[in-house]
Design a protein around this ligand. Structure first.
Ligand code: GAL
Length: 808
């Protein structure tokens, strides 16, 4: 360790070398894993972030919920099998890390920061409890100083207790987010200790206010000097301020700075500044703390909608749950980035973090990529939805958790609203208004610069009982047909669709006839058709929400349920094994777009596009009328089958779904080529697209999102595996079993196929193609550079092979 490292803040990520074991909750903790001299050498060695449940196996008995969900108007006793993903989340887990604490740290504060532990965690240092944190989604810090032994081996132990019936979706299990040791001098900036606001923003200049929360834990008061420098997006210092204060215990120091001609943060140019806070004692730097932030203004108006930097912007948003499909809940930054890239390419500009605070890395990515965010705290308040849900904690923890979320997140320019809850059962109660007011007041106190919202499903009740009026901006879940009425009744309310659509579909599945399928009778294949006509009774098709948002300028926009499929909540097959993940995603669990992706893209993106569905392989159905649908940015298109025109269709503003979809309802099937030509407003031909009948499966095609990755043990390559014919055309019915082998550096992190009913574990080394495709994810190994070769084999077909370069 250098001399320099002895001074100031030191941050040590705790990733490798954790020892881990787990056992059933019913066993009365036989391990007592906090004991210092316990022999943990036989435990598994894991890397954190770690989700203990994602490897599987899937089983219908994992976390079965009986009649535990009351939020969907369900009155009868029903058994939900795949509600939390049919994965082994329930149980007690112990994590242990052996740490050498050097003597030179004596006199400093030694803390441990967790970005999130799922859930009910207790942290022990050398056998002594340092604190417990029940909610799995909020970040927390414990001070270990009084319990460490300098110059010796120390044991940091974390007990995790994951209860049954505690969630409405897959929560993951274990230390699924980052952990770090933070060693500080006695005079230091507190955790999440800077609060940066931009009360005045114009193109000429921006006023920047910074409140820095500082601790001095020494015996004597410290005469502290706080120097704050602002660095512009190119890293040049653009403002500086110094303040000197005598500090004993806690203090909050306030500074006012000014930036001339600021580079504003916006969705197209998400420019980030940095505030560097330096604490000096007797002229020597004792702490340095950096905070990225953006300079931007937001405003909301009951008539004009949302404005960013004075410009109107319709929110084209999606709701996202926190799991990363086959990688589970464990934080993988590249997987999050890929999700956001896919959403942005669709034209999406906003994310609702449903229904809980996300990993901090996801918010960093939204800042860097220019996505707007609703940061959401809770899915339950005091009234439960599931037996062991947050209602058990609400009384004691709601304020702590809400403050933890806002204090950690309030410098992110991407965040535009705080959501205090989703579809709380308190909507039906008169007392709900006071709970809403209580949480709104906390949010206003922790950050008065952003409005407070909540997602209301029982909108009439929420209005009658005063909850809607107790937030700044009520969000309506699934109410496009009520927006006009609510606006008339409450012309001064600012409103948006906090949750919309909930259309269900399975990638590559087309049921005939193409009709609304809910309730799903007969149950057939436990899939939902990609004609995009079906939603549960409370939901709608995308089109109904588009129409409301397009016609009602005062609506801020919408947040579709959901951008990606997620583990758990397999509506509409809640009771049917083996359905175990959602059908709601615009994109499937692998990250493969469903047809709906192109419907949203046609409305949200400015990029010209043309998409046809379904596939054109209806062997044995020759002559059968097949509905063909086109999603396009253009107003009209003409369809051809094997060169024969089947007519032009025009979008028709007056009716649904013709306003957003072009349809040829009965195209008699014959193999060959379906082609479509788009016409612009003047009737000129502007774009063409073709769908071919694929021949017999011939080979396995591998295509990576990136063929060069960093050898840091974290970077990922997502490899799409397609079963194709001789010409390279996707075989839309192929369901071959593909075996994978990785040679060279790296490892197979997971496999998947996007089938919500598949019970092949994500940790397997083979995967069955689902409608022609599956996915293999390769992760690099830290420090192991070179070429990784991934081989994909199907006995009867030509194998696939791809090189992934791992760069050191
Ligand atoms: C909403 C709920 C979401 C999800 C969705 C499914 O009512 O807020 O969490 O359950 O329904 O349509």
């Amino acid at each position: 360790m250098t001399d320099e490292a002895r001074q100031g803040r030191q941050i040590i990520p705790l990733k490798d070398g954790w020892k881990f074991t787990r056992h059933a909750l019913e066993e009365a903790d036989p391990l007592r894993g906090y004991q210092v001299h316990l022999d943990d050498s036989g435990w598994e060695t894991v890397r954190v972030p770690h989700d203990w449940a994602i490897a599987g196996p899937f089983h219908e008995d994992h976390d079965v919920h009986v009649n535990s969900v009351m939020e969907d108007g369900i009155k009868d006793h029903i058994t939900h099998v795949g509600r939390t993903g049919a994965l082994p989340i329930v149980g007690m887990g112990w994590y242990r890390q052996h740490l050498k604490i050097p003597k030179m740290w004596e006199g400093r504060r030694i803390t441990v920061e967790f970005d999130g532990v799922m859930s009910n965690s207790t942290v022990y240092m050398n056998g002594v409890s340092c604190g417990s944190w029940p909610y799995g989604y909020t970040s927390f810090v414990f001070d270990l100083t009084d319990h460490v032994i300098y110059g010796e081996d120390n044991v940091l132990a974390v007990q995790v207790c994951s209860l049954p019936s505690a969630s409405r979706w897959y929560p993951g299990a274990g230390i699924y987010r980052q952990v770090r040791l933070v060693i500080k001098e006695s005079l230091h900036v507190n955790p999440w200790g800077t609060y940066i606001t931009t009360p005045e923003v114009t193109e000429q200049g921006a006023a920047i206010n910074i409140r820095t929360s500082v601790s001095s834990t020494g015996a004597q008061p410290a005469l502290a000097q706080l120097v704050t420098q602002l660095l512009d997006p190119s890293g040049h210092m653009c403002a500086e301020d110094t303040i000197i204060e005598q500090i004993s215990g806690q203090a909050e120091l306030e500074q006012h700075l000014y930036v001339e001609h600021p580079e504003l943060w916006c969705t197209e140019h998400p420019r980030l500044y940095r505030a560097v806070s330096m604490l000096l004692l007797n002229g020597e730097e004792v702490d340095r703390y950096e905070t990225p932030f953006g300079i931007r203004s937001i405003s909301f108006d009951a008539q004009e909608g949302f404005q960013l930097n004075g410009k109107r912007l319709k929110l084209k948003g999606v709701c996202l749950h926190h799991d990363l499909g086959p990688l589970g809940a464990a934080v993988h930054v590249r997987a999050m980035e890929r999700q956001l890239e896919l959403m942005q390419a669709m034209g999406c500009n906003a994310i609702r973090m449903s229904h809980n605070p996300p990993a901090p890395e996801l918010l960093d990515l939204c800042d860097e990529m220019g996505l707007l965010v609703i940061d959401e705290a809770f899915d339950e308040w005091g009234e439960g939805k599931v037996q062991n849900g947050y209602h058990r904690l609400f009384q004691d923890w709601a304020e702590k958790d809400l403050r933890a979320m806002i204090t950690r997140d309030r410098n992110h320019p991407s965040i535009i609203m705080w959501s205090i809850g989703n579809e709380m059962r308190e909507q039906r109660l008169e007392s709900g208004a006071s709970t809403t007011a209580f949480l709104t007041a906390i949010a206003h106190d922790a950050d008065p610069t952003r409005p407070v919202t909540a997602g209301f499903s029982m909108s009439d009740d929420a209005i009658a009982n005063g909850l809607a009026a107790a937030v700044d901006i009520p969000g309506w879940n699934y109410k496009p047909h009520r927006y006009e009425e609510y606006h008339r009744q409450h012309p001064d309310w600012i409103m948006y669709g906090s949750e919309t659509a909930s259309t269900v579909s399975s990638r590559g599945v087309y049921h005939l006839p193409a009709v609304k399928e809910i309730p799903m009778e007969p149950k057939r294949d436990l899939q939902a058709s990609s004609y995009d006509l079906s939603a549960p009774p409370w939901g709608t098709t995308p089109d109904q929400e588009f129409m409301a948002q397009d016609d009602l300028p005062y609506m801020l926009g919408e947040f579709v349920w959901t951008g990606f499929d997620y583990l758990g909540e397999p509506t509409p097959y809640r009771t049917e094994w083996p359905s175990r993940s959602s059908y709601f995603g615009i994109v499937d669990l692998c990250g493969f777009p469903k047809d709906r992706y192109y419907l949203y893209q046609s409305q949200w993106s400015t990029k010209p596009m043309l998409h046809l569905l379904p596939h054109w392989n209806w062997e044995g159905e020759e002559g059968r009328p097949i509905p063909v649908v086109c999603y396009t940015t253009y107003p009209a298109a003409e369809l051809f089958l094997n060169g024969q025109s089947l007519g032009i269709r025009h979008k028709s503003p007056a009716s649904l779904p013709e306003r957003y979809r072009l349809r040829w309802d009965a195209v008699p099937y014959e193999p060959g080529v379906l082609s479509v030509i788009a016409y612009d407003k003047d009737g000129s031909q502007v774009m063409t697209h073709e769908v071919h009948t694929a021949g017999a499966p011939a080979r396995v095609l591998l295509e990576a999102d990136r063929t060069v990755i960093q050898a840091d043990g974290e970077d990922l390559s997502f490899i799409t595996v397609s079963i194709v014919d001789e010409q390279g055309k996707l075989c839309p019915h192929a369901d071959h079993n593909v075996s994978f082998l990785l040679q060279g550096p790296g490892e197979i992190a997971a496999v998947d196929n996007g089938d919500p009913t598949s019970i092949i574990p994500f940790s397997a080394r083979d995967m069955q193609a689902f409608h022609g495709k599956c996915l293999v994810i390769v992760r690099s190994r830290a420090g192991e550079g070179g070429n990784a070769v991934i081989l994909a084999e199907v006995p009867s077909l030509q194998s696939g092979r791809l090189d992934i370069a791992c760069h050191i």
